[in-house]
Each structure stands twice: as C-alpha cells, then as structure tokens.
Design a binder for this molecule. Structure first.
Ligand SMILES: Nc1ncnc2c1ncn2[C@@H]1O[C@H](COP(=O)(O)OP(=O)(O)OP(=O)(O)O)[C@@H](O)[C@H]1O
Ligand SMILES: [Mg+2]
Length: 241
C-alpha cells in the first residue's frame, strides 16, 4: 500500500468557470489511462455537486469520514465510478453539514493519501479554511480560469492568497477552460498579466458538456473521440501523472 499518493487541488478562479467539470473529467482520465488508484474528492463544503455530475449516490460522504476519524478508509467501501475512480462527495441535502477545521481536512487527506495513488480535489471557488488547507496540502494546485476578465482577476487574487501561504514549489498552475480557438488571449499573455503558468486549454464545447451533464456521464464516456475529451488526455500527459 502506498502512502505517498499525489494530491491535485482544483480551485476555480470564479464561480461557474468549470471547476467541477475539470475535476470530474481529470479523475476519469487518470482512472482510464493510468494504472493508478484514483479518488475524486469533493471539498466544496457544503454545496459541492460532484456526485450530481456523475450520478453517484455519494455515501459515505466527506463529512461522515471526517466524523469517524478512526475508521479505516477502504477503497472497496467507497462509491466507485464505472471508469474505475472512487468518489467521496457531499450529502445532497446538507443533512450532515457542520463546521470543519483545517485539522479535520489534514487528517482526512492523510488517511486518503495512504490508500489512493491520486486524489483529485474539487476545492470550489471560495477561499476558506477548507479550500486553502487542501491547496496548501496538495502536490499540485490548478486554478481554473476562462478568458474573461473577471475570471482572470479572480485567478490573480487567488494566486496572491496562495503565494502568501508560502507553499513550497509552484504556487499554482493554470487551466484555461472554455477556450475559444479564435481568442485573442494567449497563454503567454495570461502568464505575463497575472503570473499564472498556463499548462493547458480545454476547449469550449457547450453541446458535449451539456449532453454529458444531462446523462451524468464523463466526457470520456459520452464523447471519447471529441476534441474536448482529448484535451484532458493532454493535461495528464503534460503533468506526467
Ligand atoms: N469546456 C467547456 N465548454 C463548455 N461548457 C463547459 C465547459 N466546461 C464546463 N462547462 C459547463 O459550464 C457549466 C458550469 O460547470 P461546473 O459546474 O463544472 O462549474 P463550477 O465552476 O464547478 O461551478 P460552481 O462555481 O457552481 O461550483 C456546466 O454547464 C458545464 O457543463
Ligand atoms: Mg463546482
């Protein structure tokens, strides 16, 4: 059993930029194209909707695991997606919502890391104790941004806050989501403007994403040969996961 699993925190530069979509499809890609054990973790307390994106009734939930810190986490006891990744999500009805402290998040991540090779964390958009703890803990932080100015400003704010945490290594890497082929905003321009290194562009693909969401499928299942699905393959390749 490995105790050195890699944690990848996905943080949105702004609400609705596609943070959950990126986290879900990245986990699907990792589970399909690597031999790693993968967990998709919804830390967007208490409003996370990862479970809704993929149609899995998420029990046990993140909160149930936090409440039961002595309980061993076994892969076989967690909900599993048909592509092979496991899920730890949020209760749909907020029934177990309760304040969570940084120490709870750290303890949970340490337990999970001893079981999974790869943990993809949907940190949501807010900068709070939970999301910042997860970002500081993670090996890689990816800020999801779009080409619109409010999202770019949101990314800069988040970069500044993350930088103030003095995390060793790269503060964060950037993913441009809903990228348009004819956009005048290049990764180099984003890098120069806000100091965020863009590692990949996920193309704008409204129809594919809406159809997949409606059927609660990942892009890999719904449209495996579409360009947007290939964009996720490129992220995993680029990062060497
Ligand atoms: N590359 C893309 N092209 C087109 N539409 C996309 C793309 N990525 C995500 N979307 C769509 O954008 C919408 C918002 O996506 P998502 O729920 O992942 O955003 P979010 O940032 O997690 O939102 P929230 O702030 O509510 O957590 C969804 O309808 C999703 O299908
Ligand atoms: Mg979301």
């Amino acid at each position: 059993m490995s105790n050195t699993g890699k944690a990848i925190a996905i943080l949105g530069a702004k609400g609705g930029v596609g943070t959950t979509t990126i986290a879900v499809n990245l986990a699907a890609e990792l589970a399909s194209n690597t031999d790693k054990t993968v967990l998709l973790l919804d830390l967007n307390l208490f409003l996370g909707d990862v479970a809704l994106h993929i149609g899995i009734d998420a029990t046990p939930t993140v909160m149930q695991c936090i409440h039961d810190p002595k309980q061993d986490i076994k892969i076989s006891a967690l909900p599993r997606h048909r592509l092979g990744f496991s899920l730890l999500g949020q209760a749909a009805d907020l029934s177990d919502a309760e304040a969570v402290e940084a120490s709870d998040v750290l303890a949970l991540l340490n337990r999970l890391r001893s079981v999974f090779d790869c943990i993809v964390i949907d940190c949501g958009t807010d900068l709070n104790e939970v999301s910042l703890t997860a970002c500081a803990y993670a090996d890689d932080r990816m800020i999801v941004v779009t080409e619109q100015r409010p999202a770019l400003i949101g990314a800069k704010r988040r970069m500044d806050v993350l930088a103030s945490l003095n995390i060793p290594g790269e503060t964060a890497l950037g993913l441009i989501n809903r990228a348009h082929a004819d956009s005048s905003i290049s990764p180099t321009a984003v890098q120069q403007a806000i100091g965020l290194t863009i590692i990949a562009r996920v193309r704008n693909a409204w129809t594919e994403n809406q159809e997949a969401l409606a059927k609660q499928l990942t892009l890999k299942e719904h449209c495996p040969h579409a360009g947007v699905a290939h964009d996720y393959t490129q992220i995993v390749r680029h990062m060497g996961y």
